[in-house]
Structures are given as C-alpha cells and as structure tokens.
Design a protein around this ligand. Structure first.
Ligand SMILES: Cc1cc2nc3c(=O)[nH]c(=O)nc-3n(C[C@H](O)[C@H](O)[C@H](O)COP(=O)(O)O)c2cc1C
Length: 185
C-alpha cells in the first residue's frame, strides 16, 4: 500500500469568455454542464458583458473571481492557466475584433494570445442576421476557422424579433472542445 496521500487528478481548466449579449445572463448553464463534465471553470467577461451577468452568482458557482480588467503589474494571476477556452455568447463586436487581432479588452487579449499558445478555443456566436450580413463578419469567421477556432452552428436570428435563446446550445462549446483535448498532441 502506498504511504502517499490520495492525489486527485487535476481537473482541466476552462475559461468561459462572456460578451455583452442579451443571453449572457444564462452563462450559468454552460458552467453547470462543464462542471458536470469534470472541468474547473473561470469566467472572463468583456467590460460591456459585465453588465449582463450576475457576477456574484457566477463567482459562487465557479469559486473564482470574474476577470474583466487587466491586473496591475505584480498582482497575482486570479485564474489558473486555461486548458481550453469557450467564447459564449460571442458578439459581432468581439468576433470581428478578435479576428482582426485587436486586443483592447482583457477578453480579447486572452483570445488573441490563445492562438499562439495553441489553446483549444471554441466560439458560439450569438447575433442577428443584420449584423451577420456585414461583410466583415464572414471574413472574421473565415480567419478564425483558419486559426483552428471551432465555431458553433447557431444561425443568426431575425433582428428585433425576440432573439433565439431557445435554440442557443450552450453545451455545444464542450462538444466542440472535448475531442480536441482527448486527441493526441
Ligand atoms: C440588450 C442588448 C442586447 C444585445 N445583444 C447582442 C447580441 O446578442 N449579439 C451581439 O453581437 N451584440 C449584442 N448587443 C450589442 C453589444 O452589446 C455591443 O456591440 C457591445 O459593444 C459588445 O461588446 P463586447 O463585444 O465587448 O462584449 C446587445 C446590446 C444590448 C444593449
């Protein structure tokens, strides 16, 4: 019998990047399914996204502070490094800025660097068809696809018609990321 204390294997750590979308308040659904699938989860919200979520409830659910702003030099890192990232819901704005390499929010900074670090990343866009019609959007998705980002299948909803929360599949982020993590490097 080993005299070593029982060591729990370290759980993989998922960053959930939340943008300023009407359905962001339901992000707890993704946190729940991720935790049930044995992930530890930390949330990174865009500054605008913070206004759409219940920060206290999310921090209680994850056990980690929500990150949104850069830390000060010398401050400890509030979250462990990410094994994978889910951007959900992803706005038109953040998708276009990410694809263009713009890094003016902490969330975008993390996403832009994730490519270089080789961190598996999935994005679940949630936007309307008027936003999606802008030519920058299809180019951004193409660029992200070329970067190896896994893209959710949500079809943009009609503008000003109540959105499509009922057909937004939060769990799709995990369905996209899980095979990446189990694949040999
Ligand atoms: C109530 C409300 C709901 C919104 N929902 C969406 C949305 O579902 N998708 C989207 O792309 N933008 C949406 N927007 C617009 C974004 O919030 C806006 O573009 C913002 O700058 C995005 O910031 P972020 O990408 O840094 O989170 C919404 C705005 C408001 C006020």
């Amino acid at each position: 019998m080993s005299d070593q204390p029982d060591q729990q294997p370290k759980k993989p750590f998922l960053y959930v990047v939340v943008c300023a979308s009407g359905i962001a308040g339901d992000v707890g659904k993704l946190i729940t399914v991720a935790q049930e699938a044995n992930w530890d989860v930390g949330v990174v919200a865009t500054p605008q996204g913070l206004g759409f979520i219940d920060a206290e409830a999310i921090e209680a659910q994850t056990g980690y502070p929500i990150r949104s702003a850069w830390r000060s030099p010398g401050d400890p890192r509030p979250l462990p490094p990410a094994d994978a990232i889910a951007v959900a819901p992803a706005t038109f704005n953040t998708i276009n800025k990410w694809a263009a390499g713009i890094s003016d929010t902490l969330a975008l900074g993390i996403l832009c660097e994730a490519y270089g670090f080789g961190i598996p990343t999935a994005v679940l866009p949630y936007l309307n068809s008027a936003q999606a019609a802008h030519p920058a959007y299809s180019q951004s998705l193409e660029r992200l696809r070329e970067m190896g980002v896994l893209i959710g299948a949500y079809e943009p909803h009609k503008p000003k018609a109540g959105g499509g929360a009922d057909r937004f599949r939060w769990e799709e982020a995990l369905e996209l990321l899980t095979p990446e993590l189990s694949a040999p490097a």
